[in-house]
Design a protein around this ligand. Sequence first.
Ligand SMILES: *Cc1c(COP(=O)(O)O)cnc(C)c1O
Length: 394
Amino acid sequence: MTKSHRSKPVGIAKRIRELPDYLFAGIERKKAEALAKGKNLIDLSIGDPDQPTPPNIIQVMRLAVEDPANHGYPPYAGLSRFREAVAAWYQRRFEVKLDPGKEVLALIGSKEGIAHIPLAFLNPGDLSLIPSPAYPVYNIGTHLAGGEAYFMPLSREKGFLPDLEKIPARVAKGAKLLFLNYPNNPTAAVASKEFFEEVVKFAWQYGIIVCHDAAYSEIYYDDYLPPSFLEAEGAKEVGVEFHSLSKTYNMTGWRIGFVVGNAEAISALGKLKTNIDSGVFSAIQVAGIEALNGDQAPVEKIRSTYRERREVLVKGLREVRLEVDSPKATFYLWIRVPKGYTSVGFAEHLLEGGVVSTPGSGFGSAGEGYVRMTLTKDKDQLTEAVERIKKIGL
Ligand SMILES: *Cc1c(COP(=O)(O)O)cnc(C)c1O
């Protein structure tokens, strides 16, 4: 449309104008400049698996796409076969029983459900308790629903778990939602079933709905097996758990996830979604069933690939005297920045050396003092990244 047709300026809504600034903008610009100059960069800032979706899932998808039964609108809550597959997987993996009719809902990726759940629960001005640092969608979803965030700082001394006792009673009483994410992005921290039990007590006491994001529950190493929030006694009375097929099965582009747990919460989110989207393409749900129920050897392979890469990068970073804990789960390393640097300053220094990381402060103010690197590049590139850091020094 030309200017002459427009009678007044485009009035972009406050909720969009007020979206928090994109904190990686500076780094992104510098990255683009470096690439434009033909600089070779090893990008360890991307939380997207570099490997393809396993072939058994692709094969089932191929056939499902050809079946006209899958071409119409899917049922809103997801195919009943998909919801049954989720319930069966939960039983096998966590020994948690779910009613596939009432306690399971298919999502267009877990991000979609996480972004939407505040709309189902928050009235304007209502509070969400949100960790800092954290996956940005908890805060953005809260903001888009007209809610307010109360940030719970995560520190290494507390194992990057929020200190629930530090939340003032006045704040807890006013809060409606509590977001948690273990295994954690970006800190790679993990939570025990005992911690989840404390969370259940806290949520009971204050009448809060817990939204646990378990996107990395299957990306674990060695003898560590992440628990489900729903394994905690009483969890289903107070909360829901979001899962994603994205990271577990290298399916980020397919857009499929699910939420399970409290039936009332699931029903409220489902009611909202029936008015916004029309569900996940049935063929993708059929492929999702294969992912959950089929051969799990590809997941073993995915874990062992990340485990080998973790050894290479953790060892290399320690050789250059960077402080980093070896993660028990997730494909992230949460690295302390050396003295004298801010998160952004150190990320810029690494970028000059040809290595892209994410400044921890981009995930919230309590992420200051760290950068995040991902294991989504092969061992040779990780080795080369360490060589580049050696060359520029800290
Ligand atoms: C990747 C990621 C998600 C989103 O996954 P999708 O199912 O692809 O939407 C959710 N939470 C965290 C913490 C993530 O890192």
